[in-house]
Design a protein around this ligand. Sequence first.
Ligand code: ZN
Length: 292
Amino acid sequence: MRDFTKSHEWLSINTATIRKQQGAEVPLERIIDQCAQRGIRAISPWRDQVAAAGIDQVAAQLRAHGMVLSGYCRGGFYPAADAAGLKVALEDNRRAIDEAKTLDAPCLVLVVGGLPGALQGQAAYKDIGRARAEVRDGIAASLEYAREVGMPLAIEPLHPMQAAERACINTLEQALDICDELDPAQSGMLGVALDVYHVWWDPKLEQQVARAGTQRLLAYHVCDWLTPTRDLLSDRGMMGDGVIELKKIRGWVEAAGYAGFSEVEIFSDLDWWKRSGEETLDICIERHRSAV
Ligand code: ZN
């Protein structure tokens, strides 16, 4: 297992972690500069942030700093109420793949979607089996295009508490089953983004991480699970402040062959988004050395 205690060369920052600073939305340009100033080599930005900043400007700024992406957030949200909606989702995923390519991302992260409309408070249907079938078909279609352009897709299983609104793929095993079905050759074009926040509780985690192996482990996200959790989306903890055995899980992931970035992804309306980006980043670096 790599020694993270003396350097943060394998730290990446998911830009959601500091997208709000002292409550205000912060432009991606500033986030990139704040990371670069601290010798952080990689980020994972969100599509809306990139769109606001201009994708060519973002690509140029990253090049100027010698920075790379650890992933691109995000594609997915495949299920829809009707055929027209399914088509819109596929077209949007195609654009996301193109953007990821422009930014030279190692993968496009897929938050696959749940019951269509549920995120807006009005589910178009309740059949989660149907949603899962639409997700499978959507990934299959995106994968064809992803292969053409050479952009790996990383399915991110989400904690079951988010099955209705955000993702009906909820365990690593479920994600890997889809990978094996759609990419039996393990081409490297379809895999998973493993986020400890979503999977730490899973009794099959160690076994499924070993099953995933290098070909499927495309991204690794860290934060911590706070007790109590006060908000289902935006109360993620800083590494070391919660109950996730971070070093143990990274040990499994690296034993399976993963040697990429460890990406800090913290949504925190109640704490970290209330602080300055500088303070949050400095503590991310410190905890990445001591707790990850
Ligand atoms: Zn994540």
